[in-house]
Unconditional design. Sequence first.
Length: 218
Amino acid sequence: MGDFDFDVIITAIPFLLSGLKVTLILTVTAIIGGVIGGTLLALARLSSFKPLSYLAGGYVNFLRSMPLILVIFWFYFLVPLIVGRPIGGFYSVLIAFVMFESAYYCEIIRAGIQSVSKGQAMAGKALGLTYAQSMQFVVLPQAFHNMVPVLLTQGIVLFQDTSLVYVVGVHDFLVSADIIANRDNRLIEMYMAVAVVYFLMCTMGSLAVRILQKRLAT
């Protein structure tokens, strides 16, 4: 570590920030898409219509049993074939993350819905609300209140998992650092910088989750 060069990191900051921007966009978009998809899957799994419930359950169990890197490869090669033209690595991995995270968010949201007392849904029905209205105005708001910390924790895990996009050449934060590291032959400096950034951002996210848990408990 005697010849550790901080100037390499400082000089590379603009390039690293461009990669970090891609990572954050991918993370936030995948979280939003995953929560929406997970909510729909959770409602499908809880549906009294058995074929729909079994179909959603099969999708969730299948995706949750697959390594994420394998899912990325699937969608990277499969989506262009379905669309009929290349769509770029970023959109391929974005679809992969949304589809994959939907399966995990589904189980979180399903547990959150089941944590709400059945009496709440029955009260909504007694007031004349339909099933959809009862879910929208009574059950889901309480369920999301209960599971916000778990959703944020899964978001932190997703932020870490986005580094896997290097396998298909998407220029995220890690790939940007890798390019500089190999160009300047400064692997220790660049990978150390990446580790510090991931550590700080994940630590801040974890602290935010703890604070939120305490406030929600109160």
